[in-house]
Design a protein around this ligand. Structure first.
Ligand SMILES: Nc1ncnc2c1ncn2[C@@H]1O[C@H](COP(=O)(O)OP(=O)(O)OP(=O)(O)O)[C@@H](O)[C@H]1O
Ligand SMILES: [Mg+2]
Length: 271
């Protein structure tokens, strides 16, 4: 393990300066900055400590979470969305506990799952997008109109009656994102959103994300995906390996990933 300047297991606190670094057309507004506060958060799954004493305090518009396979990124995304309860510690996202305040979490936080097959439950694209809006309490006709508007924004109105099971993985990913965007959350958590997407789709999604007025937490193992993210949280073995600016964190992350890559630890990853 490299000698991380920020140290594993410490508390980390940062304020976002994203607004000073983006062009006026793509700049998120000063509103809707999301606070994410984790205080000694631990999560055990089947007796295994998957998240280990995470303490982070950040006000953010654009936060990147980086880490290698199995480091706990997807698990943390579910914790931040309130889909699973933590085993110890305290957690607040956008000012509330997302597991215990489900109503606020559904309204404020959208999670794009790493695997779209874990997210999609309806037979057609329109039904899938409508579902989230119905969860927000919209009447059927209103929900269908809003869903169609979102499909149109993405240039995918012609997908409305397409069967979700007939879509490719990348297309399913896009449907999931449209379903989340339609709900107009203040925070979207994206778990490897570009996995399996071709270059045009990825560019189109990136363009959309650049103009998203709310906050984004973008999870990826690939630094290239996180170019627009000035704050990075690096997870390693369920712990915070480093948290800071992209310029601070990325060189350490890359050096460590290459160091590990030159060895062979795949055989012990499952422990
Ligand atoms: N339901 C579960 N049961 C047992 N172990 C689990 C479960 N979910 C996650 N884990 C373990 O928690 C650790 C973190 O998994 P997680 O999926 O969060 O990693 P990740 O960083 O998202 O990895 P990847 O880059 O491969 O998506 C892994 O060691 C995994 O085996
Ligand atoms: Mg994952």
């Amino acid at each position: 393990m490299a000698n991380f300047s920020l140290g594993i297991g410490s508390s980390f606190s940062l304020h976002d300066n994203t607004m000073n670094n983006t062009t006026p057309t793509s700049s998120p507004t000063a509103q809707n900055i999301t606070s994410v506060q984790l205080d000694q958060v631990c999560l055990d799954i089947q007796g295994k400590r998957v998240l280990d004493n995470l303490s982070v305090n950040v006000q953010t518009k654009r936060l990147g979470i980086i880490g290698r396979n199995g480091s706990g990124k997807s698990t943390l995304s579910r914790v931040l969305s309130g889909l699973i309860e933590i085993s110890a510690g305290e957690l607040s996202v956008a000012g509330f506990d997302p597991f215990h305040d489900r109503k606020s979490a559904i309204r404020e936080i959208g999670l794009l799952f790493q695997n779209p097959d874990h997210q999609i439950i309806f037979p057609t694209v329109l039904e899938e997008v409508v579902f989230g809006l119905r969860q927000l309490g919209q009447k059927k006709a209103q929900a269908e109109q809003n869903a169609l508007e979102t499909l149109t924004t993405f240039g995918k109105a012609h997908w409305q009656d397409v069967h979700t099971s007939a879509l490719s993985q990348g297309q399913k990913h896009l449907v999931c994102l449209m379903a989340i965007v339609a709900m107009k959350p203040n925070l979207i958590i994206l778990d490897e959103p570009f996995a399996g997407l071709d270059i045009p789709t990825k560019k189109q999604l990136q363009r959309y994300l650049d103009t998203f007025p709310g906050s984004l937490i973008h999870i990826s193992h690939d630094p290239n995906d996180l170019d627009n993210y000035h704050q990075l949280l690096w997870l390693e073995g369920g712990k915070v390996a480093a948290f800071g600016t992209k310029d601070d964190v990325l060189p350490q992350y890359l050096a460590e990933m290459h160091r590990i890559g030159d060895s062979d630890d795949i055989s012990i990853l499952a422990h």
